[in-house]
Design a protein around this ligand. Structure first.
Ligand code: MSP
Length: 625
């Protein structure tokens, strides 16, 4: 049994963010699950490096497009490494092998009579690399997908006879209702198909950054045609058909909803054109916002996956994404919710249960897992309830209801906590009822084993830790999930530290996170006497290009003379009348022979210097605290 899963190949015009990490993490979870269930998995991800948008991004930073792409592709690879992504392939559309396949594929479409030359007149969105028909856009000429300005283009192009495939695709949708998921995304595609398809322009002549059209290199192949072909080129089509046939058709193209039309209409039509079977499922998930806002660079750290991994660890990020964002639907990513989930679901319900169970095994059985001795009704019911959830989890995972699958794991934890509290093993221990005690402890450990196995695709690190503590070191398979009583009594368990540390969400740095040798007591700060002062006059200090001499009115402290190194930044007359801030209790000093009775405050950023002033009217000599 094989399973071929893909993510979109990401544009390299900017760094990966929480949105791209989301798709890749979810794909990784599915890939790990399928491996555990015994499939021969091929998991592909990669980068989309051609087209006008990448070319523009490279030239904006003064780089040649290839070295720009090399750098960015490297950053994607590094991030996937950091996130523990287990992809088997990483395709780049600038790989020479891929480019050859694109030409081969397009040539085949040509030979099959599906490509013709014509003139394209119409609208194009560069950020989305998408053509739009007049009837799809409003009078404002903005992109229906991203809302940015469209460009009108008119050029001789090659066209793909997409219109020819309307009926074949409709037929395929009818015969394979599972082809596009979720259902509401399938309906959107059906609407487009029922409206009839238009032919698609598939070459450009206004720039060169792409795969040249076979036998007509003035044209480069449209970036979407180039990109979609990655799904077959990466597994060997057509030069390594043995490998290709081992994995094709793809079992799952995992994508975001905005690129569904390319995957569920254009790509299948291209495949039919060259005579290849269609992917089994295209799953178009929803979009994430971050703290209620659209993902954009201005959100800084809030969209940087590395920030979350470093702060909370890989497992917590993965768990949170699956648990809190109802897979398939749009959702909001927020650090606050992540911390709540960590504290309640993971630290309380999971970590604590493991801790208190293994603590009792340690105390009453010297850490050797006891064999269950007698089952009463409650024990039997508990076992049954757990196994029902295990089955449901498998079914939900198989149909990509991932959030609901996680809920089943959490239900087992809830049931286990309830069972533990109901059975009161600490009372059983006091009563020396060891046959009942052994059963409770064994059963909770077995339930925790199931939980760790079910969690292992989602939280691989903590699952590994739990399995080790339960004395279980076999390679995970479906059998261990499907059968009760997998744990061997008499294995050595390890009680260990808390599995998940609770976190507090605080955006102010805690004292312990600050550099301690920088800290001062408030009394030390109070030693500095800050006052407002009005500038009465200002003049240059003779023979100095840096210094200005200011005469100041400091209210109750009288007049003061201050020398300040600000002559490069201020004309003296522009300072007169300003209310500035000075240190009033500084020992006098002489600068270039002129006495300075204090100093003024100014802000400096390496380029500029600005004197600090006060916001609105305030008397000279006012104290500052
Ligand atoms: N290069 C094309 C895909 C070609 S596939 C043959 C592309 N690249 S992209 O860099 O824009 O990535 C888009 C994908 O990244 C989305 O389809 C989705 O998988 C993921 N996401 C990007 N932003 C996202 C969110 N805000 N939320 C969820 N996923 C998002 O399109």
């Amino acid at each position: 049994m094989k399973f071929y899963i893909t993510t979109p190949i990401y544009y390299v015009n900017s760094d990966p963010h929480v949105g791209s990490a989301y798709t890749t993490i979810v794909a990784d979870i599915i890939a790990r699950y399928k491996r555990m269930m015994g499939y021969d998995v091929f998991f592909l991800t990669g980068t989309d490096e051609h087209g006008q948008k990448i070319l523009q991004a490279a030239s904006a930073v003064g780089k040649d497009p290839q070295s720009f792409c090399d750098e960015l592709a490297g950053r994607f690879k590094n991030l996937w490494n950091r996130l523990g992504i287990t992809n088997d392939g990483f395709i780049r559309t600038t790989d020479e092998d891929h480019m050859k396949v694109v030409q081969y594929f397009v040539k085949k479409m040509l030979e099959n009579g599906d490509i013709y030359k014509g003139v394209y007149k119409g609208w194009y969105c560069v950020p989305c690399e998408t053509y739009w028909n007049e009837d799809e856009i409003g009078s404002d000429k903005l992109c229906p997908s991203c809302g940015r300005e469209l460009r009108y283009i008119s050029e001789e192009n090659y066209f793909f006879r997409l219109s020819k495939y309307t009926d074949v695709l409709l037929e395929h949708y009818r015969n394979h209702p599972e082809f596009v998921q979720p259902d509401f995304r399938r309906n959107e595609m059906l609407k487009i198909l029922e409206g009839g398809l238009k032919d698609l322009s598939i070459t450009r002549t206004t720039f060169k950054w792409g795969v040249p059209m076979p036998d007509d290199p003035e044209h480069v192949i449209y970036v979407w045609v180039d990109a979609l072909i990655n799904y077959v080129s990466a597994i060997g089509y057509p030069f390594n058909m043995e490998r290709f046939n081992r994995y094709w058709p793809a079992d799952l193209h995992l994508i975001g909803k905005e690129i569904n039309r390319f995957h569920s209409i254009v790509w299948p039509a291209m495949l039919i054109s060259v005579g290849l079977p269609l992917p089994k499922v295209v799953f178009a998930h929803g979009w994430l916002t971050v703290d209620g806002q659209k993902i954009s660079k201005s959100l800084g750290n809030a969209i940087d996956p590395t920030y979350f991994v470093e702060k909370y660890g890989n497992d917590v990020l993965r768990f949170y994404l699956l648990r809190d964002i109802n897979f398939g639907k749009d959702g909001d990513f927020s650090e606050k919710n992540l911390v709540n989930r960590l504290n309640s679901d993971l630290a309380n319900d999971y970590g604590n249960l493991l801790h208190r169970t293994l603590a009792m095994v340690e105390k009453h059985y010297s850490s050797i897992l006891p064999a269950p001795e007698k089952y009463d009704e409650i024990d039997e019911k508990f076992k049954e309830d757990v196994m029902i959830r295990v089955k449901e989890y498998e079914k939900l995972m198989d149909e990509y209801s991932l959030t609901q699958a996680v809920e089943k794991i959490l239900e087992i934890l809830m049931l286990s906590n309830k069972y533990f509290d109901e059975k009161r093993p600490w009372v059983l221990a006091k009563q020396k009822d060891y046959s009942a005690l052994s059963t409770v402890l064994y059963n909770v450990c077995e339930a925790l084993l199931k939980v760790a196995i079910m969690f292992s695709p989602i939280m691989p690190d903590s699952s590994k830790e739990v399995l080790t503590r339960l004395g279980f070191d076999s390679k995970l398979t479906k059998d261990f999930l499907d059968n009760w009583g997998v744990l061997k009594s008499s294995v050595k368990t390890v009680h260990g530290k808390p599995l998940f540390e609770k976190k507090e969400l605080s955006f102010e740095k805690k004292e312990s996170e600050l550099k301690v040798d920088n800290l001062i007591e408030i009394d030390e700060f109070k030693k500095v006497e800050l006052r407002t002062a009005r500038v009465i006059s200002a003049e240059r200090v003779p023979k100095s290009d840096k210094l200005l001499k200011l005469i100041l009115d400091v209210g109750e402290l009288g007049q003061r003379q201050i020398v300040a190194g600000i002559a490069k930044y201020y004309e003296p007359e522009n300072l007169v009348g300003k209310t500035i801030i000075i240190v009033a209790n500084l020992k006098p000093a002489k600068l270039m022979g002129v006495e300075s009775q204090g100093m003024l405050l100014a802000a400096k950023d390496g380029v500029n210097l600005r004197v600090l002033t006060v916001d609105g009217n305030i008397a000279p000599g006012a104290t500052i605290s």
